[in-house]
Design a protein around this ligand. Structure first.
Ligand SMILES: [Zn+2]
Length: 550
């Protein structure tokens, strides 16, 4: 849905957006308990303000994103936050943009003196997240999951010559690794670090259709949208990468011809959690790429709730959420506005609600809270990466991060899914808050989806800051798990993540309670949060690391 319509919804619109049960509950509230649930209404009003069609999907760098940033800044001001940007609440972030000119680009496979052209959009797509070379001709090597992690005694490059090659890998991580290791080493930045060290010049990734969040048919629609990277070259994880292609898994046998392997066989091994074979492919890839390049500026928005303790008020808990979404793109069911209501107007709304509630209760904690709405998340967590590298408070005073991204209040909140639960002693804080609010707690039930590394908390984690991110949780094989699965398959990064979807307002309300209580608890701790000794991420906190960079 989400065709152009009156952006001003009102409470009647809220009612039509809800399930029958929630509608009855809301009507009862309108009649009987409005004061109690005024918070709920205000949360939804923020979602409406940010995700209506007039906001055009808040694409990074767009005028609508700027409008959304002004909306957040105004809400920060109402909540009594001190401006903590460069220009008032705003921290400008510079980007480079790249858009493929498909008509002047080509991709082909060469084997036995014959050339097989690939069809862009159907067989494979160039990724513009990297800055591609105008032409590439290189041998292909299949490297399985594509990981070389000495400390885990895992080396899938062994015996292969990757010098000057394009590595072909299945974009999955072996179940033999713990969740955090899967999250970290499965990220594009870490992967490129390994491939570059082995002398490779580029990548072809094949996703596993069984576990991928976005099916090929939908992801390919986004290929003509501009991609972005931070203008600061020091913050470019893909430096040196000349070629990046994503292969349609349904066409991946084109790559594997002559190897004796099929994609079905390889994906079956992945699904069974088994090791993958590695082999040179008797084929070269040949590409020419034409790119339209540009520059733009987008906005982070930052505000401080000053803490009350004379000493600790110079330490900061960062509460973050991304403001950007995908903008206007290829239509699905006639709708081209990617509103991003859950992804992530919902998270910004929760952050604004926490700031407002703390203000109304006059409840400043001992430490300061730095609320940051970041841009460029959908382009690769870029706004948070910029903020973590150029914080507007001293970097060594940032002591924790709580990030909110697409927490999905689609059904009652009974269990909190906590990403990073067992990595730092923030786990103790969230368990205490959950117990106080009568909620169960679970770690990420699907670590292979790399969620801890796939949102803005990871920008802070990599700078040594302990972090948590929470979602409305569910147990496997329950109706709730099916609702979440269906949402991801149908609405995630689709125009139907709009204001016309069933939302559980009670769940959102309870989530805001969790967030507020957690922020207060962390803000009032006597000691700084610490990584657990056994945590993989503790390594980023070593003295002299980027944690102290400013
Ligand atoms: Zn997203």
């Amino acid at each position: 849905m989400g065709r152009l319509r009156d952006p001003d919804g009102g409470f009647g619109r809220i009612l039509t957006n809800m399930t029958f049960r929630a509608r009855i509950a809301a009507l009862v509230c309108v009649l009987a308990c409005m004061p109690v649930h005024a918070d709920q209404k205000r949360w939804w009003s923020h979602v409406e303000a940010l995700a209506n069609d007039g906001m055009a999907g808040r694409n990074t760098g767009s005028p609508e994103h700027q409008k959304a940033a002004a909306y957040v800044a105004a809400a920060f001001q109402r909540a009594g936050l001190q401006p903590a940007g460069i220009d008032g609440y705003i921290q400008p972030v510079k980007f480079k943009t790249r858009k493929i000119v498909e008509a002047q680009s080509s991709l082909a496979l060469e084997r036995d003196g014959k050339t097989e052209p690939l069809t862009l959009g159907d067989d494979a797509n160039f990724s513009m997240r990297i800055d591609p070379a105008p032409s590439v001709s290189a041998p292909l090597v299949f490297v399985g999951y594509g990981l070389n992690i000495p400390e885990q005694h895992l080396n899938e490059f062994e015996g292969l010559n990757l010098r000057g090659a394009v590595v072909v890998y299945i974009n999955a991580t072996p179940a033999s690794l713990t969740g955090p290791l899967q999250a970290h080493f499965g990220s594009a930045g870490e992967r490129w670090r390994m491939y570059k060290a082995a002398g490779a010049i580029g990548t072809i990734s094949i996703s596993n259709p069984r576990t991928t969040d976005i099916p090929w048919a939908r992801s390919t629609l986004a290929r003509l949208q501009p991609s972005m990277s931070l203008a600061d070259p020091a913050l470019d994880d893909a430096a040196g990468q000349q070629f990046s292609v994503t292969m349609n898994p349904a066409r991946a046998d084109k790559l594997l011809q002559g190897t004796g392997h099929t994609i079905a066989e390889l994906l079956a091994l992945v699904d069974a959690g088994k090791a993958l074979p590695h082999f040179a492919i008797p084929t070269r890839v040949k590409a020419t790429v034409k790119v339209d390049r540009g520059d733009l500026v987008s906005q982070n928005v930052a505000g401080i709730l000053r803490g009350g303790d004379a000493r600790r008020r110079n330490e900061y808990l960062i509460v973050s959420a991304h403001l950007d979404h995908l903008g206007v793109g290829e239509p699905i069911n006639g709708d081209r506005i990617y509103n991003g209501a859950m992804d992530n107007a919902s998270g910004i709304a929760a952050m604004l609600e926490v700031a407002a509630e703390l203000h109304e209760r006059n409840a400043a904690p001992a430490r300061s809270m730095l609320f940051v709405a970041v841009t460029g998340e959908e382009k690769g967590e870029l706004g948070s990466k910029y903020f973590a590298a150029h914080p507007t408070v001293p970097a060594d005073r940032i002591m924790a991060n709580v990030n909110i991204d697409m927490f999905l209040p689609l059904f009652p909140l009974k269990t909190l899914m906590v990403l990073g639960l067992d990595e730092s002693d923030l786990g103790t804080d969230i368990r205490a808050v959950a117990a106080q609010l009568g909620l169960a707690v679970q770690a990420d039930p699907e670590p292979q989806r790399n969620r801890f590394a796939r949102s803005d908390q990871y920008s802070f984690v990599k700078n040594g800051v302990p972090a948590l991110a929470m979602k409305v949780g569910y147990e496997a094989d329950t109706p709730e798990a099916e609702i979440a699965r269906k949402w991801t398959a149908e609405r995630y990064h689709a125009p139907s993540d709009d204001l016309q979807q069933p939302i559980d307002l009670d769940a959102a309300d309870k989530y805001v309670d969790v967030l507020r209580e957690l922020a207060l608890r962390i803000g009032n701790r006597t000691d700084r949060p610490k990584w657990n000794d056994a945590s993989f991420f503790k390594r980023f906190a070593t003295p002299g690391a980027s944690n102290s960079r400013q």
